[in-house]
Write a protein that binds this ligand. Structure first.
Ligand SMILES: [Zn+2]
Length: 275
């Protein structure tokens, strides 16, 4: 499931392969941009902002700048395929599939977006305006924990578990980190923000987990990266809590729309360690 760390890692991987490359062909399989063609434009940068991915491009005239925005939601992905051998010299490779949204072709590779949402081409100068609803990003240069803490406290009547997923408060936390942060903080998922005194510690914990996991190949919150030991509670229903030995519980929290931060999602917690 893509969370801030996944998208930041993806931006690095895509950037390493695509930055400075000339686009040989582009396909946008979304109605708004079906006729758009960025052939001969150059990819200048790939950046992540929370769960949003921005691929910045520059026109051959060097004057126009467009950013390709996409959101990974629950199942979205960007995949790179090498453009090797005969395929490079002759015809373009086809990428069938109802969930393919974008195909970017360079001399060396194809970058294919599957099941992403909110595919938009926008002037790069408008990125800030489009994403200004997002809270501070622990993986961004402008991370400001104090703003996130203030916004979290302002959501005093929300469940802390719901507020952690609200990207307007801070960006990047998804369901896995939400469950792990609540465990590490010893907070029951059904407690209100107003009833939790150590909000600053919780924001710091969430930021630290995101930051630590950008460079890892899989998520680790326990500081033990052996397979099967890397998480405290997420995905461990009915297994013994790593701290107290009692069974980890699972249940659904949230009642909002499927795309909302308070969408119903399965969460995991230890009723003994999270009072
Ligand atoms: Zn426990």
């Amino acid at each position: 499931m893509p969370e801030g760390d996944t998208v930041a890692r993806l931006a690095r991987t895509l950037g390493a392969q695509l930055n400075g490359k000339v686009l040989h062909a582009t396909e946008f399989r979304v109605p708004a941009h079906a006729t758009a063609d960025l052939s001969d434009w150059v990819i200048s940068d790939v950046v992540a902002r929370g769960k949003h991915l921005l691929i910045r491009t520059v026109a051959p005239d060097g004057v126009r700048h467009l950013s390709l925005h996409s959101h990974l939601r629950m199942d979205g992905s960007w995949l790179l395929f090498p453009r090797a051998g005969a395929a490079r010299a002759t015809r373009r490779r086809q990428f069938p599939g109802a969930d393919v949204r974008v195909v970017l072709t360079t001399a060396e590779s194809y970058a294919v977006a599957r099941a992403v949402t909110e595919v938009r081409l926008i002037p790069t100068a408008d990125e800030g305006r489009m994403l200004n609803h997002l809270g501070p990003d622990p993986l961004g240069d402008d991370w400001d924990a104090a703003i996130a803490v203030d916004r979290m406290k302002a959501a005093s009547t929300e469940l802390l578990s719901t507020a952690l997923l609200d990207q307007r408060i801070m960006t990047g936390v998804g369901n896995v980190f939400r469950c792990e942060v609540l465990f590490l903080a010893g907070v029951n998922p059904w407690r209100l923000v107003a009833d939790v005194p150590h909000i600053a510690d919780i924001v710091d914990c969430a930021a630290r987990l995101l930051q630590e996991n950008v460079s890892r190949r899989w998520r680790v919150t326990t500081e033990d990266d052996r397979r099967g030991r890397e998480l405290w509670v997420y995905g461990r229903a009915r297994q013994p809590c790593r701290r107290c030995g009692n069974a980890v519980r699972s249940g659904t929290v949230g009642s909002g729309a499927p795309d909302a931060h308070d969408a119903p999602r399965l969460i995991y917690w230890c009723a003994t360690c999270q009072q």
